[in-house]
Design a protein around this ligand. Sequence first.
Ligand code: ADP
Length: 165
Amino acid sequence: MIEVVCGDITALEVDAIVNAANNSLLGGGGVDGAIHRAAGPQLLTFNRTLGGCKTGKAKISPGFRLPARYVISTVGPVWHGGEQGEPELLRSCYVNSLELALANNVCSIAFPGISTGVYGYPKDQAAVIAIRAMQAYTDRFKKIIACCFSEADAALYREVLQEHS
Ligand code: ADP
């Protein structure tokens, strides 16, 4: 089941939340900053041991003070116009996060709109990639949540879900 929710991903009671991180995994702005603040300083300490993360890949950490058991950090592509492998890289973020979740017995997982903030990926195109990737995994999870930070983003996801169901 794919569920579209509007709100702060750090508040969600799921097995894992996905972080739209940067290559250092040492924190940043946007959803990354919110997750580090909510998880507490132990997340930064833990992530220092991970050796960063390549674009399109994913790494897992404990959730520390979060309601979620795990944080799965993935690094989305920066949008450079779409001709530099951005769609494949964005799809890899979702697929690698979902595979890492499965390997850690995660049954419920929530994603933010990876790359759709500072990284500048067009939201409509990103939503199609996100929904398609999630749909390929619905039978292996109890719940996959698309966590949107605005009602406009949630409306877009719902539209894409209808078009691609
Ligand atoms: P990126 O660098 O991958 O673009 P951002 O953090 O800038 O990452 O933005 C990714 C998406 O996360 C944006 O759509 C933004 O609105 C959303 N976002 C920001 N804060 C939160 C939050 N606390 N919970 C859920 N989504 C959030």
